[in-house]
Design a protein. Structure first.
Length: 371
C-alpha cells in the first residue's frame, strides 16, 4: 500500500510538472494584450515654461512575444517582446503657470513602437524596462492657439518606462507602471520647446493564442558583416520662428562601423550639412535659427557612437565635435540620432535628427549606401 501511494504521488507530481511546463511554455510563447490606466504626476517643458494641472489617460499595448519566432538579436538582447503602443492623454487641465489658457494643449494621441526588457525578478514579480518611439498628434499648437510649448500638431513621441509585472495565472498578469513621455516636432516648426509628461499607471495583460508552439530558432542562417562603410544623404526642413515656412538643409555622412555582436555596432564618421539659406542679420526673422544659425553654407563635424541592430533595422546615436561651423552662437558640439532600415545588402532608408545641446536642429530623410 505504501509503495502504491508512493508511486501514485510520483505519477501525480510528474503529470503536474508536465502540465506546468506546458502552461509555462504556452505563456512564454504567447502574445499579450495590455490595457494601462494612467495619471500624470508631473508635466514640464523647456525654457522655463512651468506647467500646472492634472492629466489622465491610458494605453492599449500589443506585445509580440519574440520567443514565438526567436532571432539571434532578440535572444542576445534578452528582450521579452516587441510592442505596438496606442497612447492617449487627456491634457485639458494642463496649463502654463505664467499665462494659463484653458485647454491650451488639447488631447494627445500617440502610436509608438517599443520593446520590453526584463531587468530583474523579485519573487514572482518581474521588473521590466519599456522604451518606445513613434508619432504623436497634439490637439493644440502654436498655430492653433499660440501656446509656445508645442510648435505643431504632428510630433515625434519618445517614451521610457519601468514596469513591475506580477502574473496572476498562466494567462493574466497585472502591473504597476512609471513612465515619462516626451513629444516635440524635431524643429520642423518653431517654437518647439516640447512637452514632457510623467505618469503612473495600473495595467492588466491577457495572453492571446497561448497554445501555439514556438518554432526552433536557427541562428546559423543569420549572418552579419563585422566591418561596414556607410555613405548617406538626407534632406529636411528647419522651421522659421512663428511661421509655417521653413529653411531646407541637406546632410551628408560617411563613416565606418565595427559590429561587436548581433545587435551592437560602434561607428565613427564625418557629418557635413549644407544650408540652402544662411543667416542674414538684415533678414533676422526670416533666417534666424537659434543654435543652428550659420553664416556659411557648410558645417562639418566628426562623430562617434553606437548602432543598435534589430534584424534589418538599426537605431543610431552619435556625439560629435565641429571641425568647421561659422555659427551665430558659440556651438562646438552636436548630437545625432536616427534609424536606418536595410532594403538589401547595400541600400538602406534612413532618418536622422541633428541636435545642439537639447535643441533640435532638423530631421532629415534619405538613403544610405552600406557595404
Amino acid at each position: 500500500m505504501f509503495n502504491l501511494n508512493t508511486a501514485t504521488i510520483k505519477l501525480n507530481l510528474f503529470l503536474a510538472l508536465i502540465i506546468g511546463a506546458f502552461a509555462a511554455n504556452a505563456q512564454q510563447n504567447a502574445h499579450t494584450l495590455e490595457f494601462n490606466l494612467q495619471k500624470a504626476i508631473n508635466s514640464f517643458s523647456a525654457n522655463q515654461n512651468k506647467l500646472q494641472g492634472n492629466a489622465y489617460g491610458g494605453e492599449l499595448i500589443f506585445h509580440y512575444n519574440v520567443n514565438r519566432e526567436a532571432k539571434r538579436w532578440s535572444s542576445d538582447l534578452g528582450i521579452k517582446s516587441i510592442d505596438v503602443v496606442f497612447n492617449y492623454k487627456r491634457m485639458h487641465n494642463i496649463t502654463r503657470v505664467a499665462a494659463p489658457m484653458k485647454g491650451e494643449f488639447g488631447d494627445s494621441y500617440g502610436l509608438l513602437g517599443g520593446l520590453t526588457f526584463p531587468l530583474a525578478n523579485i519573487s514572482k514579480a518581474e521588473l521590466e524596462f519599456t522604451p518606445a518611439f513613434g508619432i504623436l498628434y497634439a490637439g493644440e499648437s502654436w498655430f492653433s492657439n499660440q501656446n509656445p510649448v508645442v510648435g505643431s500638431k504632428l510630433n515625434f513621441g519618445l517614451k521610457a518606462g519601468l514596469k513591475l509585472n506580477v502574473p496572476l495565472n498562466e494567462k493574466t498578469a497585472v502591473a504597476a507602471n512609471l513612465d515619462v513621455l516626451h513629444y516635440s516636432n524635431g524643429g520642423t516648426r518653431v517654437p518647439n520647446n516640447g512637452l514632457n509628461v510623467v505618469s503612473v499607471g495600473l495595467s492588466v495583460a491577457r495572453a492571446l493564442n497561448e497554445n501555439i508552439t514556438a518554432s526552433k530558432p536557427n541562428f546559423e542562417k543569420e549572418v552579419y558583416q563585422k566591418h561596414t562603410f556607410d555613405l548617406g544623404i538626407n534632406t529636411g526642413r528647419r522651421g522659421v520662428y512663428q511661421s509655417r515656412d521653413g529653411l531646407w538643409r541637406t546632410g551628408l555622412y560617411g563613416g565606418y562601423n565595427y559590429r561587436f555582436t548581433s545587435y551592437l555596432a560602434f561607428g565613427a564618421g564625418v557629418d557635413a550639412v549644407y544650408y540652402h539659406t544662411i543667416y542674414d542679420a538684415n533678414r533676422n526673422l526670416e533666417t534666424y535659427q537659434s543654435k543652428a544659425s550659420s553664416f556659411d553654407r557648410w558645417r562639418v563635424g566628426a562623430a562617434i557612437g553606437p548602432d543598435l541592430w534589430m534584424g534589418n533595422l538599426a537605431f543610431m546615436a552619435k556625439y560629435g565635435y565641429y571641425i568647421h561651423y561659422n555659427s551665430l552662437l558659440p556651438i562646438k558640439t552636436y548630437w545625432t540620432a536616427g534609424a536606418k532600415y536595410k532594403l538589401n545588402n547595400w541600400l538602406a532608408l534612413q532618418s536622422k535628427i541633428y541636435i545642439h545641446q537639447t535643441e533640435a536642429d532638423y530631421v532629415g530623410f534619405g538613403l544610405m549606401l552600406t557595404k
